[in-house]
Design a protein around this ligand. Sequence first.
Ligand code: LLH
Ligand code: MG
Length: 388
Amino acid sequence: MKIVAVNVEKFHYRSKIVRDSEGHGHPGPEQDAVQSLLTIKTDDGASGSYFGAIETGTVEHIVAPVLVGEDPFYRERIWHALKERQRLNLSALPDRVLTAVDLALWDLAGRVLGQPVHRLLGAARDKVPAYASTMVGDDLQGGLDTPEAYARFALACKERGYPAFKLHTWQPPLPGAPSVKRDLAACAAVREALGPDVPLMLDPFHYYSRLEALELARGLEGLHFLWMEEPMDEHSMSSFVWLCEQTSLPICGPETAEGKMYTRAEWIKAGACDMVRGGVGDVGGITPLVKVAHLAEAFGMHMEVHGGGVGNLHVLCAMATPGLYYERGLLHPFVDYDAPLPWLNESVDPMDDEGYVHVSPKPGLGMDINFDYISDNRVGNRELSLRV
Ligand code: LLH
Ligand code: MG
């Protein structure tokens, strides 16, 4: 079996999420947005797909020359070949492209073998408890604008079935943000509303100083939080070693730091985290994320997976020393997260009333893609019809 084509289809959709100048998502007026579907095809008619922000030129000039002619089951060889091309092409070939290629290859393998990806990896479970992960704070009335608003939303999430809750608090460019005092007020309000037993986590501003991060950590120790992630710039690993030495609060990371599984190994070795973190989008796919999971297991650590989506869910279902939770979100009082994305016929992370997210038993990644929606809204199509 040989790969004969790698395609990118760009299509329009309507989104109600707007990005602020720092890139954080918030609810907002409906506007046009563009998504891409990457598909890898073989000479015997098999295919695998995944979505992402992928440039057609990158696929044409860098990805396809590596993939075409390869056996699609040689994922490890393909992943390393692409990773090596990143050295002199990092801006054209970011990790998100490696992620999309790797996930499409896992999808293809599962479809060919008639098995869902978590079973190919070696399944440990078919469902994972989720935590409600909020959007960052805002100034929208009835949104996430006050500590009390977080408390009200936390109660609504508990009622929906979520067994745990994570706050993303206020960040620039919001006036008055960031503030350690306000972050702690929101965390205290949520603890008060949910009672002493619900696991809580905080993901605050990512550029606090050491002393600000320590002040937060001390406050969260008293509120019995389960972990804090990314309070400081993760490029300063020494700051995280320093923080871990000062606080009994578990520190979870690194999340956004570049460097794939290599960075995670360094953090574990240096004592810069108590729980290691990574997601398919952070490290370049399922192939490297499984390595982080095995590394964590060998050190007796939890790997807390960053972000949702099918790839992360399959990895979580194949982990023997489990990640404690699936990150479901980002959630907001104004957003209906349970509604499937417009290009899918069903949600990729359905959650039951007990707060478990169930992995799809379908072959491959198990996404039910609405191909009619994609072809009806293809970027070229829409432009053509606009010109008529
Ligand atoms: O800043 C944000 O919008 C969120 O923190 C986002 O990056 C989210 O993916 C995250 O950190 N989750 O843990
Ligand atoms: Mg985070």
